[in-house]
Write a protein that binds this ligand. Structure first.
Ligand SMILES: *Cc1c(COP(=O)(O)O)cnc(C)c1O
Length: 400
């Protein structure tokens, strides 16, 4: 099993995905031949400007919105900040309430906490044990003081997919805007803005095969929010900063490829289900997240009597890249807020392991992951004093 020559198995695509070769190919000519500033009036500028608008049209076509409703940003975090702060400060004098869920990404949660410090009222709606938002609680909370309802479309830790159209309907019923963080959803499940009903949606290139450092925010035509970045008036005066043309071209290409590969997500979902089945066959384990309303690549399982960090490090030695909860919280020792929100006891929240699969994974990968995880869990449990089958390490004989 500890064959160090074996190729590595990357199963942490929710943290980031490798840049697709086709995306690199689409980007390289932009670096070499189309390096102009899209705002410049001369030929180099005009060529860059045309490539920028072509990429916007391609991306909007995949997402089902108009090109002029799509604004390129530096990342998912910026898009989340812009949507939430932008909507909050635009409504400040009339409405001061924001509603979100307890299982948002930190880019949303921390933004909401910052707004609370600045005098806004924020309500965090609970979820059931599968991670689905409590729509009744949302209906009770949303009122004419509510500026914005912000709910994550698909959770980055447990993969639960929310009924976003229903959330949007409830928000609109009270005259509030609806924003969804779709960073994990875009590229993994079909996202059609012409049907979804939200006012704003965020996405991030590096979660579906474009590079890190490029994102976008959809803002529905007619929706007014405050700017986050002021400057030279790029992106139709709403998001200043010279456009990152190579990465924008890469993002548009990655969206096209994701659409072409959407059919392959059925195969990925079958790999996910086999992995879940194999991991749950290990004693004292449980699945975190929803059994069916779940991203095709997401597997999150907790094992009693073991720590997630220990499992991740041992799996890494065996050539497998996995994660505990989320990459953002994996350096802190606090249990995941998402796992606590679905009612998981703290011990089980500490013993969670997340695999996030992509089109690049194979059945062979899955069988190896199952076997390796079983070995690692058994090894760690033998060393855990709280495990019923604990095998005490024999004391070192002392010299007389
Ligand atoms: C990764 C992620 C983000 C942040 O996107 P970055 O581009 O890394 O800033 C936001 N929300 C969710 C759900 C994510 O998974």
């Amino acid at each position: 099993m500890q064959d160090n020559n074996k190729k590595r198995i990357y199963a942490d695509n929710a943290a980031t995905m490798p840049v697709l070769p086709e995306v690199v190919e689409a980007m390289l000519p932009v670096f070499y031949d189309n390096w102009g500033n899209p705002s410049s009036l001369h030929e180099e500028g005009q060529r860059a400007g045309r490539a920028l608008e072509a990429a916007r049209t391609t991306a909007a076509g995949v997402l089902g919105c108009r090109p002029e409703e799509l604004y390129f940003t530096s990342c998912g975090t910026e898009s989340d900040n812009w949507a939430i702060k932008g909507a909050a400060y635009a409504a400040r004098n009339k409405k001061n309430k924001i509603i979100t869920s307890k299982i948002e990404h930190h880019a949303v949660l921390s933004t909401c906490e910052a707004l609370e410090k600045d005098g806004f009222e924020v309500k965090y709606i609970g979820v059931d044990k599968g991670g689905l938002i409590d729509l009744d609680e949302l209906r009770q909370q949303v009122d004419d003081k509510t500026a914005l309802v912000a709910v994550i479309m698909a959770n980055n830790e447990i993969g639960t997919i929310q009924p976003i159209s229903e959330v949007a309907e409830i928000a609109h019923g009270a005259g509030a805007l609806c924003f969804t963080d779709a960073v994990q959803a875009v590229g993994s499940i079909p996202v059609d803005l012409s049907k979804l009903g939200v006012d704003m949606l965020s996405l991030s290139g590096h979660k579906f095969g474009a590079p890190k450092g490029i994102g976008a925010l959809y803002i529905k035509k007619g929706v007014r929010i405050r700017n986050l970045l002021e400057g030279g008036g790029h992106e139709r005066g709403r998001r200043s900063g010279t456009e990152n043309l190579p990465y924008i071209v890469g993002l548009a290409r990655a969206l096209e490829i994701a659409r072409e590969r959407m059919g392959d997500m059925k195969r990925v979902a079958a790999l996910r289900d086999r992995l879940i089945e194999g991991l749950l066959a290990i004693p004292h384990s449980c699945l975190n997240g929803h059994p069916t309303e779940r991203l095709p690549g997401n597997v999150n399982v907790s094992f009693e009597y073991v720590e997630g960090e220990g499992m991740v490090l041992w799996l890494d030695k065996m050539g497998i890249s996995a994660s505990t909860g989320s990459a953002c919280s994996s350096k802190s020792l606090d249990p995941s807020h998402v796992l606590l929100a679905i009612g998981l006891p703290v011990e089980l929240a500490h013993g969670s392991l997340r695999f996030s699969l992509s089109h690049a994974n194979t059945e062979e990968d899955i069988e190896y992951i199952i076997a390796a995880t079983r070995e690692v869990v058994e090894k760690l449990r033998k060393m855990s004093p709280i495990y019923p089958g604990y095998e005490a390490i024999p004391p070192i004989p002392t010299e007389r």
